[in-house]
Write a protein that binds this ligand. Structure first.
Ligand code: PLP
Length: 393
C-alpha cells in the first residue's frame, strides 16, 4: 500500500467544476442544458489581446521569463493600480501569477500550520477553506449574512481574531454572493486591525471591475496602516474574459515577495510568456470591451434578480458586484443541494448549491449570470415550471 501524507485527505475542491463536467456530459448525451453554474464570462477574450499573444510567439517570446514576470507587465500592473485607485505600488512589489488561485495557495501556505487560525468568508470561495485545512491550520469561518447584503461585518470579523490568528482573507466583490462591502465597513475593519499588527490580510479583489449602481471599488492597498501586511490577489480572468489563459497578479509585502518568488521557482518557473504579453496588451490597450462586458453583466443582473424574485418560494437580494446572484430558497421547502441536482437533472439548468461555498450557504443557490439574457430567461422559465410542478425531495 502506498503511504501518502495525511494532508491529502484534508484537501477539498470546487464543486463548480464537477457541475460543469456533469452539465457537459448531459449536453453531450443530447440534453439541452443551460449553464448558470460556472463562474466565467461567456464573452470571447477581446481580439487585440489574442493578437498580442500570437505576435509575442512570432517575435520569439517562447522561453522562460523571470519567475516574477516580465518587467513591462509588472510596471503596467503598478500603473493600472495607480490610475484606478491612486495607490503607489512599485513594480518590484508586483508578481505575475498563473491565475488568481496561486496567490491564495501561496499566501495560505505561508501562514498555515497546525496551531494557526486563518479566517475566511463563509459562504465564500471554496478553495480558501480547502487550502487552510490542507496546511493543518484551523479554518475559522467569518459569517457573511444576507441581512447584511452579504457584506463583511467589521465587528463580527474582529471578534473572531485570537492570538492564534495569522491571516484574514477578504473578498469583495464576492463569490458566491455578489456582496460588496461598503467603504465605511472596510474603514472600520482596518481601524480595528490596527490593534492586531501580527495578522496578515489577503484581499481577493478579482471582481474589482464588476461593481454596480455607481459604487467605486475600494482597494485594500489604499490603507497605509496595513500595507506592510497586505497581500493583494487580482488577475485578468474575469475582467478580460481570460479564465483559460491562466494569468493573475499579486502584490506581496516585504519578505513575502521573495518567499512567493521562491515558491514560483520551485513550482512552475514562470507564467507562460505569450500570456504575459497578452496581459500587457489588456492593461495598456483600449478598455472599452472590458467596460462593455460589465455593462452587459449589469443588465443581466437586473433580469436575473427580477426573475428570481417572481419564482415561488424564492427571494433574491440584489447583488452589488461580481456576476452572481445568491437567492434564498428556504421557502421552497427544498434543501439547496437536492434542489440544484434536481434542477440540473430534471429541468436542464446547471447552478450550484450554496453549501458548496460553506456551511452558511445552506438555503441558497449560486446563480451565475455569465450567460446570455435569452438563456437566463429560458432558465428562469424552466425553474418556475419545475417549482410549480415538483414537491420538495
Ligand atoms: N477568487 C475568486 C473569488 C474567484 O471567484 C475565482 C474564480 O472563480 C478566483 C479567485 C480564481 O481566479 P483564477 O481563475 O484566475 O484562478
Amino acid at each position: 500500500m502506498l503511504k501518502t501524507v495525511a494532508a491529502f485527505d484534508r484537501i477539498g475542491e470546487e464543486n463548480a467544476f464537477a457541475v460543469l463536467a456533469r452539465a457537459t456530459q448531459l449536453a453531450a448525451a443530447g440534453r439541452d442544458i443551460i449553464n448558470l453554474g460556472i463562474g466565467q464570462p461567456d464573452f470571447r477574450t477581446p481580439d487585440f489581446i489574442v493578437e498580442a499573444a500570437v505576435k509575442a510567439l512570432r517575435d520569439g517570446h517562447h522561453g522562460y521569463t523571470a519567475a516574477v514576470g516580465i518587467l513591462p507587465l509588472r510596471e503596467a500592473v503598478a500603473a493600472d493600480l495607480h490610475k484606478r485607485f491612486q495607490v503607489n505600488v512599485s513594480a518590484d512589489e508586483v508578481m505575475i501569477m498563473p491565475g488568481g488561485k496561486p496567490t491564495m495557495y501561496m499566501s495560505i501556505l505561508m501562514f498555515g500550520e497546525p496551531g494557526a487560525d486563518i479566517l475566511y468568508p463563509d459562504p465564500g470561495f471554496p478553495i480558501y477553506r480547502s487550502m487552510i485545512e490542507y496546511t493543518g491550520a484551523r479554518a475559522v469561518p467569518v459569517p457573511i449574512r444576507e441581512q447584511n447584503a452579504f457584506a463583511f461585518s467589521a465587528e463580527e470579523t474582529l471578534k473572531l481574531i485570537t492570538p492564534q490568528t495569522r491571516l484574514l482573507i477578504l473578498n469583495s466583490p464576492a463569490n458566491p454572493t455578489g456582496g460588496v462591502t461598503p467603504k465605511a465597513e472596510i474603514d472600520k475593519l482596518v481601524a480595528g486591525l490596527e490593534r492586531f499588527p501580527d495578522v496578515a490580510v489577503m484581499s481577493d479583489e478579482i471582481y474589482d471591475h464588476m461593481v454596480y449602481d455607481g459604487q467605486a471599488h475600494v482597494c485594500l492597498l489604499s490603507y497605509p496602516s496595513i500595507r506592510d501586511r497586505l497581500i493583494l490577489l487580482n488577475g485578468w480572468s474575469k475582467t478580460y474574459a481570460m479564465t483559460g489563459w491562466r494569468l493573475g497578479y499579486a502584490v506581496w509585502p516585504g519578505k513575502l515577495y521573495d518567499y512567493a518568488r521562491k515558491l514560483a521557482v520551485n513550482l512552475y518557473s514562470c507564467v507562460n510568456a505569450a500570456t504575459q504579453y497578452a496581459g500587457l496588451a489588456a492593461l495598456t490597450g483600449p478598455q472599452d470591451e472590458a467596460a462593455k462586458m460589465v455593462a452587459e453583466f449589469d443588465r443581466r443582473r437586473k433580469v436575473v434578480v427580477a426573475g428570481l424574485n417572481k419564482l415561488p418560494g424564492i427571494s433574491c437580494t440584489t447583488p452589488k458586484g461580481a456576476f452572481y446572484a445568491f437567492p434564498n430558497v428556504t421557502r421552497t421547502g427544498w434543501k439547496s443541494k437536492p434542489l440544484a441536482n434536481a434542477l440540473l437533472d430534471d429541468a436542464g439548468v446547471a447552478l450550484i448549491g450554496g453549501p458548496d461555498f460553506g456551511i452558511l450557504g445552506e438555503g441558497y443557490l449560486r446563480v451565475s449570470y455569465a450567460n446570455s439574457t435569452e438563456n437566463i430567461l429560458r432558465a428562469l422559465g424552466r425553474m418556475g415550471d419545475f417549482l410549480a410542478s415538483r414537491k420538495a425531495a
